[in-house]
Ligand binder design. Structure first.
Ligand SMILES: [Zn+2]
Length: 76
């Protein structure tokens, strides 16, 4: 039993951050899901609201390691 923690560069601030790949909030850019870090979620929500969009509400585990069994499909 393991945990998976994805790490990549935030689309918003270009800083490297770690996240649960199944739960992290993301925005769609050119049909790719780009993960967004917690501070950028806080930063963009007022703009989203101003533009009539729903604010992003990250999952409580969005930036925590993901239990291996919750990763999509693949092995059991
Ligand atoms: Zn960011």
């Amino acid at each position: 039993m393991g945990y998976a923690l994805a790490t990549s560069v935030c689309f918003g601030c270009k800083r490297t951050f770690s996240y649960n790949p199944m739960r992290v909030p993301s925005i769609r850019v050119n049909n790719e899901r780009e993960p967004v870090c917690a501070s950028c979620v806080v930063r963009v929500n007022p703009k989203r609201i101003a533009n009539g969009l729903e604010p992003i509400v990250p999952h409580p585990d969005a930036y925590e390691p993901c239990p291996e069994e919750e990763l999509a499909d693949d092995e059991q």
